[in-house]
Design a protein around this ligand. Structure first.
Ligand SMILES: Nc1ncnc2c1ncn2[C@@H]1O[C@H](COP(=O)(O)OP(=O)(O)O)[C@@H](O)[C@H]1O
Ligand SMILES: [Mg+2]
Length: 581
């Protein structure tokens, strides 16, 4: 009920159209309800009483009714179809915009395939309800009630007989609804599972092929597919158990009523015209009873879909800027971590982190994988909220910042490069759509991407495949660096972003960046000593805590973890050079 109310809420914008359409539908049903009165008159007045002159008028009236009905039906279908398309359009746009606002946490928990199945299958389910369900339910209900009223005026005894099985039908329908609902829900869930499987398999196709796991993947897919089939068949099976029963019960109403009518007529308690007229209503009463399981099917299906959609819509972002959010006039990139502790939900990933990055400084973050380096830098853009301590950028707590303004000032080169299937130029321009081509070129030059882009047959116009297929890892990273540099950020974050680039190119990038990023705060996460040794401060993370901090020189003197890393890297170099050196 709650969900139906919300679906109605979605239609609120179109209430005038819906109202008109329902009015037209009422007209259609009214015309059906009036028809038996005319047929009764044809039998009684024209045939029995011999008023032949009335025939032409009656026929014209009947024809008129048919025309009105056809016209109203036509307009009504068009209106409902349009409203349903509009509602599903609104819903799609709303959902899409909503998904844009969802925090990282949402995407940690929900899988793409599932989201896709909500955006397609479930949305269509809701649309179907609006396009067909509402009108069918309204039509059947109105026919039923209307025909009951009209018929009882003609012959209440037959009307009562017709309703003899109605309670039984209602009970079966109720039971059916209760049984079918969980099945529909499980179908929608399985649909999402199937979509997720397909999506992940396709996205990871290169891994599948590399490990020759095609058969395994196919098997897994068929398993889920079979499960989907099973659940769909279960729904059909359940329906097939109730449908014949309901059909039988509603079908039996007609002979019972007819027998009653025949007895009444033979006893002279009812004239033939009334009998003929009454039969015109029988179908209008039994059909809705008959259709009940169909209607329940349709509505329940749509409600389960809507349930899933609303779950997403209700999954509000807990990361919201407050009413009085502000941003500095100009960002300087002053970052302060003040006893920051953070957890993704389990064990703390970062513990009591305190440090300061003054505008223009370069902070290097080192540490083993899983130490919390990436987490540390994502906190600055408030992609997750910290549990305790405070994190200030330019003196303002990130929770008080205007979110978009803040994030725009952080140029982020993520650990895993993601490129859109678009031209290289537009990929670089992504963070700053108004940048000129010269600016794009300059950013590419800084990122040492210019050379390989120029060497491509279509240069900047080259369209890269999904996620940047067709580029090497190092090339993708360089495009990502160009993209971040172009936004002209106050803070640049490079999360292991030169890991796939050769050392010489990395050196070049650093030289170029040095020029461009003068006066900007830079965070470098790297494993190579060469990438971090010029930093103003090197933080060494161990199990989420800062184990060591200082400049290259200071840390060497300390002879701690950092010193050990330097030793290891030099040793492996020496190894590579061999005994000659
Ligand atoms: N989105 C996430 N949800 C839950 N745990 C996460 C998530 N991202 C990272 N972690 C966990 O947090 C820890 C630190 O991860 P991360 O910051 O990526 O480390 P690093 O970048 O130093 O390799 C790891 O134990 C990792 O499993
Ligand atoms: Mg990382």
């Amino acid at each position: 009920m709650e969900i139906l109310k919300r679906i109605a809420g979605l239609c609120a914008r179109y209430k005038r159209q819906i109202f008109t359409a329902l009015l037209l539908q009422t007209l259609v049903i009214l015309s059906r309800l009036i028809l038996p009165i005319f047929t009764k008159s044809v039998v009684n007045d024209v045939i029995t009483d011999g008023h032949v002159e009335l025939l032409a008028q009656l026929c014209a009236a009947i024809l008129g009714l048919v025309l009105v009905r056809a016209g109203a039906n036509y307009c009504r279908s068009l209106l409902f179809e349009r409203v349903s398309q509009n509602v599903s359009y609104d819903l799609r746009v709303g959902l899409y915009n909503h998904l844009q606002e969802m925090p990282y946490e949402f995407y940690d928990k929900n899988r793409i395939g599932e989201i896709m199945s909500r955006m397609t299958g479930d949305l269509e389910g809701v649309r179907n309800l609006i396009a067909g369900g509402i009108v069918t339910a309204y039509e059947q209900l109105l026919s039923f009630v209307g025909a009951l009223i009209f018929m009882s005026f003609m012959c209440w005894q037959m009307t009562l007989l017709l309703l003899i099985f109605a309670p039984l039908i209602a009970v079966s329908a109720w039971k059916f609804r209760k049984r079918i609902r969980p099945i529909f829900r499980s179908i929608r869930e399985q649909d999402a599972v199937l979509n997720t499987r397909a999506q992940e398999n396709l996205a990871g196709m290169r891994v599948v092929k590399a490990f020759a796991r095609e058969d395994y993947e196919s098997e897994l897919f068929s398993k889920e597919n079979n499960e989907g089939l099973r659940r769909n068949l279960e729904a059909t099976w359940t329906w097939s158990k109730y449908y014949p029963l309901i059909e039988l019960l509603s079908g039996m109403c007609t002979p019972v009523a007819l027998i009653g009518g025949a007895i009444l007529a033979s006893q002279g308690l009812m004239d033939v015209g009334t009998f003929v007229g009454v039969t015109g209503y029988i179908w209008m009463i039994t059909n809705p009873m008959n259709m009940l399981s169909n209607i329940i099917n349709m509505v329940t299906n749509a409600v389960t879909s809507a349930e899933k959609l609303f779950y997403y819509i209700d999954f509000g972002s807990n990361i919201k800027e407050p009413e009085d959010a502000r941003s500095p006039e100009e960002f300087h990139g002053h970052v302060e971590f003040d006893h920051v502790t953070f957890t993704y939900g389990g064990e703390p990933v970062l513990k009591d982190i305190s440090f300061e990055a003054k505008p223009g400084q370069t902070i290097a973050v080192m540490g083993a994988t899983g130490a919390g380096k990436s987490t540390l830098v994502t906190l600055m853009g408030r992609f997750y909220d910290i549990q305790s301590g405070s994190l200030r950028i330019d003196g303002i707590d990130v929770k008080k910042h205007r979110l978009k303004a803040l994030r725009r000032e952080i140029g982020y080169v993520p650990q895993e490069t993601f490129l859109f299937s678009d031209t290289l130029e537009d990929n670089i321009r992504f963070g700053r759509p108004d940048a000129s081509f010269e600016q794009v070129q300059r950013a590419a030059r800084v990122a040492q991407a210019e050379e390989f882009i120029e060497a491509m047959p279509q240069k900047y116009e080259t369209v890269v495949g999904e996620r940047g297929m067709g580029l090497s890892g190092g090339q993708k990273q360089r495009v990502a660096i160009a993209r971040a540099v172009l936004t002209d950020p106050a803070i640049l974050v490079m999360d292991d972003s030169t890991s796939a680039v050769d050392m010489e190119t990395e050196y070049e990038i650093q030289q170029q960046l040095g020029e461009v990023l003068k006066g900007r705060t830079t965070f470098i996460i790297a494993h190579r000593i060469s990438s971090v040794k010029n930093a103003d401060c090197i933080l060494v993370l161990e199990n989420g805590a800062i184990a060591e901090r200082g400049t290259h020189k200071e840390l060497l003197e300390k002879k701690g973890i950092y010193w050990q890393m330097v030793q290891d890297q030099t040793a492996s170099f020496a190894d590579a050079l061999g005994p000659v050196a």
